[in-house]
Design a protein around this ligand. Structure first.
Ligand SMILES: *Cc1c(COP(=O)(O)O)cnc(C)c1O
Length: 379
């Protein structure tokens, strides 16, 4: 079966219910399952921390969309991050992380894993030589984000996969910003793909979740072990909402990308805008690599405002359609100031972001309305 992406998003793991004909996967709101005699499981399920049919449907669909053999869903992107870090790393190990990693990932590595004797080195992943130089004999994991948050830097997944393999380290790609519609890291040699399904996959800012996708049977077993052993699983309603969002991922990502292209052009022409960071721009330093590994360039744009921090804060305060809020990837447009909001925890560290930076998550409203809103906020 060689169905296309949009078809798989709607059908993979989502056959009509065999007993009722329900076209949509039911919300299996149950904690436990009747057994026909001790150990006689009817559908392979015994307890909903271990497994739940609604969650299985989501996991089957996500595995299909990333081109992996296995997917495991978690209660949040961070619990998925925690699960992969704990599957791969042991005390005494070292990992390399992006020097502009997602703030929560940096916090988990820097404040929690460090307490368990796990060391890390932040590196600019766009510089393959710098990554090579950061690898030590005890490096067991290379953490990749591309595009990164909030600076939209691009890492060459295939080149880093080769490095990781030579070092005997696992390559994990946080694919949240691109979504599986725009980029499939397993194709380029990644061992594991991570998603905060809270963002583009859920797509409607109404549910928090995470997922890990891999074709490595051993890793998949460890992820299932941690799902069950630590218990940070999504409930059936969360799994169902995520699956409902996922069905429209293809059309949404195309519209996010269309609108982002319109907006970058308008920002480039504006006298109060300094740098526009968007991997779709030909002069973006990562454009060439992005064009190789991404189908389009997505809905995230960051830009600097001339006039420093206060000018950036003023823009965030003046938009009408762009809601001032953290998070991203929903149908509605959001705006934020990374230095004071999503990335406040990186202040004073290597990962600190520029004070005049504004990040927008471009929604799927009418593109012309979004351009007009940003222009009036800049004036
Ligand atoms: C939001 C996000 C996460 C964390 O996911 P949660 O669902 O909020 O726990 C991880 N990585 C990236 C790139 C994110 O944007």
């Amino acid at each position: 079966m060689n169905d296309g992406f949009a078809t798989r998003a709607i059908h993979a793991g989502q056959d009509p219910d065999p007993t009722t004909g329900s076209v949509i996967v039911p919300i299996h709101a149950t904690s436990t399952y009747a057994q026909d005699g001790v150990g006689g499981l009817r559908g392979g399920y015994e307890y909903s921390r271990t497994g739940n049919p609604t969650r299985t449907a989501l996991e089957t669909c996500l595995a299909s969309l990333e081109g992996g053999r296995h997917a495991r869903a978690f209660a949040s992107g961070m619990s998925a991050t925690d699960a992969v870090l704990r599957s791969v790393l042991r005390p005494g190990d070292h990992l390399v992380i992006p020097d502009d990693a997602y703030g929560g990932t940096f916090r988990l590595v820097d404040k929690v894993l460090s307490q368990w004797g796990i060391e890390h080195t932040p590196v600019a992943l766009s510089d393959v030589d710098a990554v090579r130089a950061a690898i030590r004999p005890n490096t067991k994991l290379l953490w990749v984000e591309t595009p990164t948050n909030p600076l939209l830097n691009i890492a060459d997944i295939a080149a880093l996969a080769t490095l990781a393999e030579t070092a005997g380290a696992k390559l994990v790609v946080d694919n949240t910003f691109a979504s599986p519609y725009l980029q499939n890291p397993l194709e380029f040699g990644a061992d594991v793909v991570l998603h905060s399904t809270t963002k583009y996959i859920g797509g409607h800012s109404d549910v928090v979740g995470g997922a890990l996708i891999t074709s490595d049977d051993e890793l998949a077993e460890q992820f299932a072990f941690i799902q069950n052993g630590a218990g940070a699983v999504p409930g059936p309603f969360d799994a169902w909402l995520t699956l409902r969002g996922l069905k429209t991922l293809a059309v949404r990502m195309d519209k996010h990308s269309d609108n982002a292209e319109l907006i970058t052009q308008a920002l480039l022409d504006h006298p109060k805008v300094g740098a526009v960071l968007y991997p779709g721009l030909a002069d973006h330093p990562g454009h060439h690599v992005a064009a190789k590994q991404m189908r389009r360039f997505g809905g995230m744009i960051s830009f600097t405002v001339t006039g420093g921090e206060q000018a950036a804060l003023d823009v965030c305060a003046k938009t009408r359609l762009f809601t001032l809020a953290e998070s991203l990837g929903g149908v509605e447009s959001l705006i934020e100031h990374p230095g004071k909001m999503t990335h406040a925890s990186t202040a004073g560290s290597l990962l600190q972001v520029p004070a005049d930076l504004v990040r927008v998550s471009v929604g799927i409203e009418d593109g012309a309305d979004l351009v007009a809103d940003l222009l009036q906020a800049l004036d």
